[in-house]
Design a protein around this ligand. Structure first.
Ligand code: UDP
Length: 267
């Protein structure tokens, strides 16, 4: 990839990205991801879901992971999925690992650029806070990274975490009812790894639609907000039926060579 800021090639890095999803989103959100940012780094992206899907399974060539996790939005099901995401890390052995949700658009070159600012030999737990203050939990106070804005861990953080993180789901989601991202922050705090905030990892709580266009280029992770269909401040390039999440529009804006010629263009 080329660094758009100086037109120089980006330093490559070995990254693993897992996308948490659920059966009802396969034909909608996963389809949009598959048609856009997935194409930037297909070998690095895995989807973790809760039901077998023969079509996705064959399209994604082994990078679709079915689990026995529940398919609802409760801490147990979501914790179970994060567990399955984390279990993939030692199999791939990446320099950086990132978790995202299926309503995230990942600008891969911007993410690589951001991660290249940090030394992976140092334990980094990177993300975005969702609270105004450190969260009190089981006698500890810590900042945790919200899952909906993306969370990244360096190789050194993974090394410290792996022997200790036997079963996030069993330990925390079932016992204490902690949401998955909070439980991860709690474990990181126990392991002595403080969160490093990257303010342009953007969740649905951020006004992604207020971002100036020049800032979008450098934003590693953006979120589509389902409740009010808010996303980037670009006009629809394509018919909304072809581009319901505006991911195609953003993708075409960022990577014009990858514009899908089959979509119905507007204007
Ligand atoms: N999700 C899930 N099971 C559900 C609902 C959501 O695994 O029953 C996943 C979904 O695929 C996404 C994440 O949880 O990756 C966040 O879901 P959503 O954006 O719908 O809700 P939010 O928690 O962001 O309001």
């Amino acid at each position: 990839y080329i660094d758009k800021r100086n037109n120089k090639p980006l330093k490559p890095l070995k990254i693993l990205i897992t996308v948490k999803t659920t059966f009802k989103n396969h034909l909608t959100r996963i389809r949009q991801i598959y048609d856009t940012w997935y194409k930037l780094a297909p070998e690095s992206i895995f989807f973790i879901s809760d039901a077998f899907d023969p079509v996705l399974n064959s399209t994604l060539q082994g990078r679709f992971v079915n689990t026995s996790c529940g398919s609802s939005h409760d801490p147990i099901s979501l914790g179970c999925k994060l567990d399955e995401e984390l279990k993939l890390i030692p199999k791939i052995n990446p320099t950086w690992y990132c978790h995202v949700d299926d309503d995230n658009y990942v600008n891969i070159p911007a993410l690589i650029n951001t991660l290249n600012n940090f030394n992976p030999e140092f334990p980094y737990y990177i993300g975005r806070t969702a609270t105004k203050q450190p969260t009190p939990q089981n006698g500890r106070y810590f900042w945790f990274a919200i899952g909906g804005a993306g969370i990244c861990l360096s190789k050194a953080a993974i090394k410290i975490m792996t022997p200790n993180i036997k079963d996030l789901y069993n330990l925390y989601a079932t016992r204490d009812g902690m949401p998955d991202d909070l439980a991860l922050g709690f474990i990181m705090d126990i392991l002595g790894i403080k969160m490093t905030e990257v303010t342009n990892f953007l969740s649905q709580y951020d006004n992604v639609d207020a971002l100036p266009l020049h800032a979008i280029i450098d934003t590693p992770i953006l979120s589509f907000r389902e409740s009010d269909k808010a996303f980037v401040n670009l006009p629809y390039f394509f018919h909304p039926d072809d581009d319901p999440y505006k991911f195609q529009t953003l993708h075409c804006f960022l990577f014009p060579k990858q514009c899908n010629p089959k979509l119905r263009r507007l204007g």
